[in-house]
Write a protein that binds this ligand. Structure first.
Ligand code: AMP
Length: 270
């Protein structure tokens, strides 16, 4: 496994690599990341994983500072998976080159996390654009756990480059909580609560949410979750999974959820 710290080393290492799969991450790797990496290893001749905690996508400085970082353990995991390349850039490496390009979200896309985390997706798209230019892969593997991110990045990258974004299913723990690096911030009791909340919403989507007044059922569910678990909810919305428009039918729709458990913000979709 080659560890690449700068563009020169990266260009040299990737020279002549044809079918390159790329898995962008912010590190603190868990089985969700690993599933993306395994998919790339299976489908592509070589795989590169990047670990970069991107400051531009954090709308809160403190959140950036306390984002979990575990590079040594990550490298150990990547090595045992037999990943070919790891790109470990620093901020200067990614952002020293000035560009005139500034991504703007369309008004219709200022929904869900874009509404609650101002500047977040602009930061995500900028880093994905920069990483894509540097790495120039054939395929990029991304998780449905961050569905809106996947949707926006796919639209942007596939329009601009001849690269395919491959979406990968959400990996959950044995109690149905979606794996996330942010789960490390949860204390035992909070983790327990987060698991119960996931189970509650999986059941709600599968068994309770019925044709009829979907809007009202969701409103009642929000009230119930707040009362039962003392959480603060950014959104709970049913949206069409192809265009992310608000939906009032179950077909082709997903339930999108973002909430705070004390000061930890968690997102999921069901
Ligand atoms: P992050 O390190 O959080 O930026 O995530 C890197 C990639 O891993 C993104 O494409 C995420 O959507 C994906 N990912 C994160 N958690 C999961 C999960 N539980 N299941 C599948 N993919 C995930």
């Amino acid at each position: 496994m080659k560890i690449l710290l700068n563009k020169d080393d990266l260009n040299e290492a990737l020279y002549n690599v044809k079918n390159l799969g790329f898995v962008p991450t912010m590190g603190s790797l868990h089985d969700g990341h690993i599933s993306l990496i395994k998919k790339s290893l299976k489908k592509c001749s070589k795989t590169i994983v990047s670990i970069f905690v991107n400051p531009k996508q954090f709308n809160n400085k403190n959140d950036y500072k306390r984002y979990p970082r575990n590079t040594d353990l990550d490298l150990h995991k990547l090595k045992s998976l037999k990943v070919n390349f790891v790109y470990l850039p620093d901020k200067k490496e990614i952002y020293s080159q000035k560009t005139k390009f500034k991504f703007k979200l369309a008004k219709k896309d200022k929904i869900l996390c874009a509404k609650f985390r101002k500047g977040h997706f602009e930061g995500v798209i900028e880093v994905m654009d920069r990483l894509t230019k540097i790495i120039n892969p054939k395929k990029i593997y991304m998780g449905e756990k961050d569905f809106q991110q996947l949707y926006l990045v796919k639209n942007f990258i596939e329009n601009k480059y001849k690269i395919k974004i491959i979406s990968c299913k959400t990996i959950r723990n044995q109690n149905n909580l979606a794996l996330s690096s942010r789960n490390m911030h949860l204390k035992k009791a909070e983790l327990n609560k987060a698991e119960k909340i996931s189970q509650n919403l999986i059941h709600f989507k599968k068994k309770e949410l019925k044709k009829g007044n979907i809007k009202k059922q969701i409103l009642l569910k929000k009230k119930e979750l707040k009362r039962l678990y003392k959480i603060s909810i950014d959104y709970l919305e049913l949206r069409n999974k192809l265009n992310l428009k608000i939906s009032n039918k179950l077909e082709n729709s997903k339930l999108f959820f973002a909430y705070y458990l004390n000061d930890v913000r968690l997102i999921d979709n069901f």
